[in-house]
Write a protein that binds this ligand. Sequence first.
Ligand SMILES: Cc1cc2nc3c(=O)[nH]c(=O)nc-3n(C[C@H](O)[C@H](O)[C@H](O)COP(=O)(O)OP(=O)(O)OC[C@H]3O[C@@H](n4cnc5c(N)ncnc54)[C@H](O)[C@@H]3O)c2cc1C
Length: 885
Amino acid sequence: MKSLAEHEGTMTNGGIDVANSNGNESNLPGATDVDVVVVGAGFAGLYLLHRLRGLGMSAQCFETAAGVGGTWYWNRYPGARCDVESIDYSYSFDAELDEEWRWSERYATQPEILSYLEHVAGRFDLLQDIRFSTRVEAATWDDEQSLWRLRTDVGEDVACRHYVMATGCLSQPKTSEIEGHGRFGGEIYFTSRWPHEGVDFSGKRVGVIGTGSSAIQSIPVIAKQSKELTVFQRTPNFSIPARNGPDTAEKRAAADRDRAAYREQARRSRAGVPVEVAESGAMMVSEEERNERFEKAWSVGGLFATIGAFNDMLVNLTSNETLAEFIRDKIRGIVKDPVTAEALCPTNHPFGTKRPCLDDNYYDTYNQPHVKLVDLLKDPIQTITETGIDTAAVSHTFFTIVFATGFDAMTGAIVSVDITGRKGLRLADKWAEGPKTYLGLTTVGFPNFFAITGPGSPSVLSNMAVSIEQHVDWVCDLLGDLCKRGVDTIEPTEMAEAGWVQHVNDYADITLYPRANSWYMGANVPGKARVFLPYVGGVGNYRAICEEVVEKDYLGFTLDGEGQRQCNDGIIRRLQPDVAIMLGVMASMDLPPLESLSVGEARAFIAETQKQRAPGPDVGEIVDGQFPGATRDLDYRLYRPASPGPHPIVAYFHGGGWVLGGAASDDPLCRDLCVQSDAIIISMDYRHAPEERFPAAPDDGYAAVQWIADRAESLGGVPGQLAVTGWSAGANVAAVVCQTSRDSQGPAIAGQVLLTPVTDATKALSSKAENAEGYVLTSTLMDWFWDHYADPIDRANPKASPLRAADLSELPPALVVTCEFDPLRDEGAAYADALTAAGVDVEHLSARGQIHTSIPAVDMLRSGAYARQAMATALKQFFATSVSV
Ligand SMILES: Cc1cc2nc3c(=O)[nH]c(=O)nc-3n(C[C@H](O)[C@H](O)[C@H](O)COP(=O)(O)OP(=O)(O)OC[C@H]3O[C@@H](n4cnc5c(N)ncnc54)[C@H](O)[C@@H]3O)c2cc1C
């Protein structure tokens, strides 16, 4: 076997002879040169070649660089290291390789990682299938032949059945947008294209542009050599001490105890690293305990100890800010000059929403007298000159300028190849508004095309060695299977792709990530679409999704081959991610179904679970009192806004199937509505079944609005400005109250907001069967409620089933909110339709991916926030258009 150096020495860019480069015949039909072309020979490309060979498929890899390694070939800047511990950031596919390779440090240097990848290439005899110093420039899908035609920069044409981009997420350096770039007469270096012979900074005046990961790693090393070092910082980044050192025996022993189990734990973990997951949020412990945990994480060093100190760092801004401030205090403690310290403190993004960096004495470097920081927010760069860099205030002279300006991440390397799919569709055009993929691996219009760690997969939010292995295994297992089944092409469906893009966005939206102008968002590249690129759902969860797609016989893919066509269309994840997580937690608790309990037990259970929920926002004032119901006094709870009154009043009716709950049971939702609508919310109790059955609840509901209308002023309200709202059975009460008020000539109701209302007991609408189980409110639980509440004969009464009212005209304007995964969904939708048909002004909000109980979960399920906001907005609109008396 040739050594890498020998191989590089004998490399040619001559004609291709690849059809049998691995000695195997192609297994797939068509006039192809090879079965598979792999672009890129980094971590991903190397493992792909190995797996494809195992499948007996012919493969050719093209690589721009003159050697293997990808990231670790190009990024040779001083101080370059991995930021995931090497024991984890390495291949796991071969137990012997895993056993034989020993890392010398906790975070290996670039040369060590490169020599590891060279070792892998040699050990598995992969070099013969790689064409180095050859860039793939264009790829076009030939629809007639069902194959890809690729062209390289040395003019070779290659035809292949499958085309896999293993081109890396961080391999396309960002071009400089600084004016004057190119005029500088001194030395210029890019961290991402560092010269192999290294750079000697001794005695030189050096400028470094950028303070991202590469800059933070290289600055302390460059500072040691240079005469003067000036760092130009646009945005400060959070950096954590790496606490690098020899690979710890302790960690190695833990991993070696059961290496296979250790690796499997990583595969099923959140970030591809087997770490303990904290069980509490940062605000659930005392300040003292919080700081203790942060101190411990700081002393241990590394990304995962810090971000994992609590379980809500990336979803709860208040929690996140406690860590951000802890780190800022550390910076202030290390950097002696207070102005420099403050400039280094990140304040424009939550911790972790830009990739945090790991460093070795980065902040302390600024205490050296020859190291200066230029804060570009205060003194921006005007131009690069022949001799240096001019900022608004100063002309800096340098011998050397280092650009550490990052990458066109995740999509840059892919769209820099001119890829044309079916019907002349260019990938760059398709992705102009942001990448659209199914699973981050495939994209509609581009059959047999795969992107390893592509946009929409966990990729850069994970230990990429683990993510790469998972993608490569998934693609290769699929290719092997398609080959056996005689399938020529595979392509995702429009529906599957749209569903995945939605799911990726939904996940990002429940986190803090979109709050940063980061490269995760494409924000570092001028003109690039602002879309959150990676999948935040976690490595283990993502792997399970990919496995499920296959188990469901390639859900969301069209397979085509000799005489057979299969399209198993569908969307793999429809529930909102936070709702799905909550359901998962509930399922793991193995709770008894409510309907299996006695009413007393069910009430006690609900009261207990309500103690665990988030409280909701603060309001101006809460007053508890009693009002005369239809037959006896009942409780109410009044929520008054903090703003000066008087305010309009909203009568709120709680959920609980007419059996459970009370005036205070929907406290967080009432607080939220109060704050967002700036109205007084009065949660009015009503008599409950089975003690007091139908029509006790609607009778009390009507008594409640009469009582409020009669004394609106003394309650702090605006007379005549009264609306009603309710959730579930409470929305049923609210709807009936509107009908009763209309028929009894008052009081005037300005509008009704009905959240997942019960509207008709008599109809078996399809949502009742579709969502019968698995979404908290089950169809059997709904039957249990009805059995307690009303005799079958009464259920058709419009006071129990308002949809059955003979006349729905002249009712107050309405917002009806229904949830996709709710047995009651179609009842709510039918009521909205019927109101509209009767001439009532109705808005119907159909909440995608939500369940019956998720919208009221204020501060717990962020995905429902927009629906709560819509409810508050509707209330405001009702009052804006109603006439006060
Ligand atoms: C400085 C740095 C440090 C990092 N540290 C970590 C870490 O600690 N942990 C971690 O998980 N991840 C880290 N990453 C991310 C890192 O990129 C991945 O971990 C991993 O190395 C990616 O492997 P890859 O094979 O997918 O892509 P790459 O290693 O990027 O390889 C892609 C290859 O494709 C080639 N290529 C691209 N386009 C073409 C074309 N058109 N024709 C031919 N060849 C082409 C490129 O030349 C490149 O060699 C780091 C990235 C950088 C830049």
